[in-house]
Design a protein around this ligand. Sequence first.
Ligand code: ATP
Length: 370
Amino acid sequence: FAPWTDPSAKPFIAFKNVTKRFGNFTAVDDLSLNIYHREFFALLGASGCGKSTLLRMLAGFEQPSSGEIILDGTDLAGTPPYKRPVNMMFQSYALFPHMTVEKNIAFGLKQDGMPKDEMVERVTQMLKLVKLEQFASRKPNQLSGGQRQRVALARSLAKRPKVLLLDEPLGALDKKLREETQFELMDLQQTLGLTFVVVTHDQEEAMTMADRIAVMSHGQVVQVATPGEIYEAPNCRFVADFIGDVNIFDGKVTTSGSGAVEISVESGLTIRTGATEAPATGTTVGFAIRPEKIRVTRTAPANASVNAAKGEIWDIAYLGDMTVFHIKLPGGKFVRASSLNAQRSVEDPFTYDQEVWVSFDENGGVLLKD
Ligand code: ATP
């Protein structure tokens, strides 16, 4: 499933140069983005980056100041929220406290004037879908947070929208329940064959659930890619830093040519890395490398003149699945290295203050040109 790799595939949802201003503040800034049919798409970014505003414009609760939003070939301008084949599930769930679960789910159907038999059947179907059959006659305050979340989900799916919008759908759940629910949401999306657009500030959540992620900052999309691409090949410093743990070395290009560059960074470390478009000698660049790509050894690696440095273990954090080392290089820069405990050999009990070598492969990280 990767329609975005097919240049002839038509997007299901298209934002075209969409801008949203509130007074003289620009919340969404000339943003263009394609989302495909049956895609599980995540809008990821820090608080205030404009992700909810983008979702609300798709739902019709806000109008763009300029630009177009196309859904399934139709320009949505002028279509009121209730006429859009889109439904939104809010973080607060917005359940009616005085109504039973059943009535909450049936609410929108009743408003639409659905015949009673059909409505009962649809509600039963929805209760089954979210595994709440035994809870049909309870009120929201008689449910757990996770159950309430499922009622909200059932209610927003009852009208069978083509697109479900989820604004921080798991924000109110504790960590364990959130992780479980992530997989439930993925199953549900697959089963129903719907397009899901989820807004989250939680990168793990986006990485777990989404087919693709748009990383947003200041009303713009900074990178759109699969979770793997975003993690392995962030296209700029912001994305590298925002997603996961990373070491960023700043330096100047000393040698440039034939698909590789050498960079001289702090602590006298020389980094050699591949580059499709090698920046000119003298250019200031960054080099981003994930902790798990850094090797920690007692002895110097075979070629210690590049991509290797001597340092001192400053901190060791045992995290169960892995151990994270903080290693101080002579110039004072700290490097974060991690290794899976299942893969560590027993004869490497590194200790605090110990001298070690850190090293990495030429293609272990990416060049940041900004
Ligand atoms: P959060 O995760 O905190 O909800 P977000 O990325 O979803 O953040 P938005 O809710 O889209 O951010 O808001 C983007 C910016 O637009 C914020 O700075 C917010 O204060 C501003 N904003 C949103 N709605 C309005 C409004 N109705 N009037 C004025 N400013 C608004």
